[in-house]
Design a protein around this ligand. Structure first.
Ligand code: 5GP
Ligand code: MN
Length: 344
């Protein structure tokens, strides 16, 4: 993989056909970074399109440009054609092609140049002609901002780009509270503010635009579905299909729920497992040295970042939860507990 700065001169060769994509079920950072880059490449005169591997949460539907995003699962034939014809394929906010789910074969077979911009651990670098992978970055949106400025496009920053890029930095830093919130992050936001950007609007769209059912659901989960395992400084939330059905929960309504137990004094790890149609989907969050990326990789076919990761299981919900209790003692050392027993 060639370094990203060696790609910048190619941006002057317009117009190119460009596909920009991200991981399945895009979150604020995935949607923000792809759309932010889309606005930049369009401003440069390229013919760009964002393809999402799957659908996305309704709370992202206000984002500038979202109406032009192609849902791969809904328009597979059209999307496959765009991928096959693309000169460049930007892969944002994921480290391995499998994170694009059903889109993986087309992406892997594409004849155009694949370019990676990502901040997850252990990237599949051999699959990319150019790219940057930096786990020290708060978000892919911050990296797209760097891409724009370093390639000489800082003067092109407009309010569409600002809204998209702010979204991912805000969501991936927990609204500027995680240790990943560096001086560079604050410098970036200061720059966006200097362009006249109104940040409060983004917070309203992302955090204050849900329906009543979601809040009732959270109340139900915290009251009835959360187990606090004090001897392991861990909390686990288990959500059944019946829970999702009863509260009419859709994509995006469960986002952020995993963070709640970390507000309990002493809790260093929070886990949530949701019984989705095709799989049991895990989210893990941790504090300090507790490495949930390794944990998700080792036991739940997943990965992510040290303090925020996800995974999956094709076993039943009951079996999946049982597995969690079996392997949790392997984290005993970093969770600061006395439990010694370990399971492979
Ligand atoms: P979330 O829990 O919000 O879905 O994901 C937390 C972090 O882990 C995100 O950076 C996300 O991209 C990553 N992640 C979530 N699920 C998976 C997975 O199944 N595999 C891998 N490799 N990463 C995941
Ligand atoms: Mn991200």
């Amino acid at each position: 993989m060639n370094t990203i700065d060696t790609f910048y001169p190619l941006l002057k060769e317009t117009p190119k056909k460009v596909v920009i994509t991200c991981h399945q079920k895009p979150d604020g950072d995935a949607m923000g970074s792809t759309l932010g880059l889309y606005h930049y490449l369009t401003a440069l005169g390229h013919q760009a399109v964002v393809i999402s591997p799957t659908n996305w949460a309704a709370f992202l539907n206000w984002m500038p440009g979202v109406d032009s995003v192609v849902d791969y699962e809904a328009k597979t034939k059209h999307a496959d054609q765009l991928i096959a014809e693309a000169d460049w394929l930007f892969c944002l906010d994921f480290n391995t092609l499998i994170r694009t789910k059903r889109m993986e074969p087309s992406l892997a077979a594409a004849g155009g140049l694949r370019i990676l911009i990502d901040h997850h651990q252990e990237p599949q670098t051999h699959m990319f002609a150019y790219g940057i992978s930096d786990t020290g970055k708060s978000s892919t949106c911050e990296m797209v901002y760097d891409f724009i400025v370093e390639s000489g496009g800082g003067h092109l920053l407009n309010q569409d780009m600002a809204r998209c890029l702010y979204t991912g930095v805000m969501t991936d830093t927990g609204s500027f509270r995680f240790p990943s919130t560096t001086a560079s992050v604050h410098s970036m936001i200061a720059h966006l503010k200097q362009t006249g950007f109104a940040h409060s609007l983004v917070h309203d769209h992302i955090y204050d635009s849900f329906l009543e059912n979601r809040l009732r659901f959270i109340g139900h989960v915290l009251l009835n579905r959360m187990e606090v395992i004090y001897e392991m400084n861990t909390a686990l939330m288990v959500i059944s299909k019946a829970d999702l059905y009863k509260f009419d929960i859709t994509t995006g309504d469960t986002e952020g729920l995993v963070n709640y137990p970390l507000s309990i004094q002493g809790i260093k790890m929070a886990a949530i497992v949701i019984d989705r149609d095709e799989e049991r989907k895990w989210s893990f969050r941790s504090k300090g040295d507790v490495d949930v990326n390794q944990f998700a990789r080792a036991y739940f076919e997943g990965g992510g970042h040290k303090n925020a990761a996800g995974g999956r299981s094709s076993a039943s919900l009951e079996e999946t939860v049982k597995r969690f209790y079996e392997v949790l003692p392997n984290l005993a050392a970093s969770l600061g507990t006395e439990v010694q027993q370990t399971v492979e």
